[in-house]
Design a protein around this ligand. Structure first.
Ligand SMILES: [Zn+2]
Length: 512
């Protein structure tokens, strides 16, 4: 039986019983952690077929879970952003040319490598719905995930209402000048929910559980874009399929929060609970505009709240009340949402942003620490994958998803006291370039910063070529959005004027 010995200067196990192990070792057998403890105990118990890690140089930690992402086609990179409600319409008006299965494969593989190289070993992919691509491209995406070597919950998105503003499409169209009304109506297509569910069932039969690393799930876009019937049908079907993961965008913007009170006279999170939407492996991305009561509700139903700080800032949405979520007992995960701080998908730099954003002025505030951030990044969001809870910790019997970070730059430019807590140093200074090795289920997928068995340069040039064709076709499409956008802004300006005390301030930043 092939055995690997991983050695490290310090093992950050994220296990409450093991803590950090100075001069530690992990024995991996058949993809699983067979034992973990002080290096001295294991070094003599060879032979080992593979030795990994340097006890002078490496920090070992569990692989990160990218708890909310859109891997396919990096549509945000380098583009002007605007508040979510206009940005989304602009995205949807751009009928990008459909990708071929080969392009889907390349885009997914390239996108995966971006975060894999920063230590992410599992992803919840809120997967775009484009019926022009055969089977939505899901078979090619799943294959790319398998070849990259990561775990992926592929949550197929779908929506069936209110595509332009948070009001039914016909009413909104009627409020527009005649010419825009006609053009917009011409773009409206009835959504085919039966076709979507039939396709989901076919794909689940083929891919759910594949190699123990893939789950097929549902990604309802958001409660304002999905009817109650659709949300309930997704929940039912997920439960019939071994509690498949279900991920929704929730209260990302203030207008999404207002929508609940305007439409149902209660919070939209409360409405989702009332219709039975939450359940096992349920997760909610963003959660920026939750009230205290919403936080209690998420804790009660056990849904994972996924924190996406770069995306929330990029699209003018605000700061997620992470301290309150943690205090309230909500499981909190962390995700890139295809919007990394530097236009890269570096999980470590985004964790740093997440850490610093929570430093509120004043005393006696619940501090979100580097340890909190590491917990969120590893086991905090693992339940959202629907792969059981035995992920995100280095413990005996857990899957061997292990990251080795080189301490040399972290501690050596020019000097950091060895007594500084490793979590602090990693979160203050770490970046993808410090990640040396990544192992998933005992298989080495990143070795000395390079993807094992993948020609990255060729892959990148194929993706660049495909994106160039896509974006050159865009310029002619933006005129329509520019005429539509002022009407969308007017729609929500009215909501602002009418909002009164609808959204009390729920998180302190620059208020006292
Ligand atoms: Zn998203």
């Amino acid at each position: 039986m092939a055995r690997t010995l991983i050695r490290a200067h310090t093992v950050l196990t994220q296990s409450s019983s093991l803590g950090n192990i100075r001069l530690g070792a992990i024995v991996v057998e058949n993809g699983v952690i067979r034992s973990i403890g002080p290096l001295g105990e294991f070094e003599a118990n060879g032979p080992y077929e593979m030795l990994l890690g340097d006890p002078e140089r490496h920090l070992a930690l569990p692989g990160f879970v990218n708890g909310h992402h859109h891997t396919l086609r990096p549509v945000r990179v380098g583009l002007r952003a605007s508040p979510l409600e206009t940005w989304l319409v602009r995205q949807r008006q751009r009928q990008l040319p459909p990708l071929s299965p080969e392009e889907v494969y390349d885009h997914t593989l390239w996108g995966t490598l971006q975060f894999l190289k920063s230590g992410v070993t599992a992803v919840v992919d809120h997967y775009p719905y484009d019926p022009r691509i055969e089977e939505l491209g899901a078979p090619a995406s799943v294959q790319a995930y398998l070849d990259a070597g990561v775990r992926a919950a592929v949550c197929l998105s779908f929506a069936d209402q209110q595509r332009y503003v948070y009001q039914d499409d016909a009413t909104f169209c009627s409020s527009l000048p005649k010419e825009l009304d006609g053009q917009l109506r011409a773009k409206l297509r009835p959504s085919d929910a039966d076709g979507f569910f039939a396709l989901w069932e076919r794909l689940a039969a083929r891919f759910d559980g594949r190699e123990g690393r893939i789950r097929l799930g549902f990604g309802p876009n958001g409660p304002q874009w999905c009817s109650d019937d659709l949300l309930q049908r997704m929940r039912r079907t997920a439960d019939e399929h071994g509690h498949a993961p279900v991920q929704i965008h929730l209260m990302e913007s203030p207008y999404q929060a207002m929508y609940g009170y305007r439409r149902y006279d209660k919070s939209i999170a409360r409405h989702l609970a009332d219709i039975g939407f939450f359940g096992p492996a349920a997760s909610a991305a963003h959660c920026v505009w939750l009230s205290r009561e919403d936080i209690r509700l998420l804790a009660d139903v056990g849904a994972v709240a996924v924190h996406n700080p770069s995306s929330n800032l990029l699209l003018f949405n605000g700061i997620c009340p992470v301290a309150d979520l943690l205090d309230g007992g909500v499981p909190v995960g962390f995700g890139l949402d295809a919007a990394g701080l530097n236009d890269t998908m570096d999980f470590l730099t985004d964790l740093r942003l997440g850490l610093l954003l929570q430093r509120r002025p004043g005393w006696d505030r619940r501090e979100v620490t580097a340890s909190d951030m590491l917990a969120m990044a590893t086991h905090g969001g693992a339940a959202a994958l629907g792969m059981g809870t035995a992920l995100g910790r280095l413990e005996e019997g857990f899957p061997a998803d292990v990251v080795l970070v080189d301490r040399a730059r972290l501690y050596g430019s020019p000097y950091v006291a060895p007594s500084a807590p490793a979590e602090e140093v990693l979160l203050r200074r770490g970046a993808a370039e410090d990640v040396d090795c990544v192992m998933v289920a005992g298989r080495l997928v990143i070795d000395r910063g390079k993807a094992v068995g993948i020609d990255e340069a060729r892959l990148q040039s194929r993706v660049a070529e495909s994106l160039q064709l896509t974006y050159e076709s865009l310029a002619s499409m933006d005129g329509f959005s520019e005429r539509l956008e002022p009407h969308i802004m007017d729609f929500y300006r009215k909501w602002d004027a009418e909002s009164g005390g609808m959204l009390p301030p729920n998180y302190q930043v620059n208020t006292r």
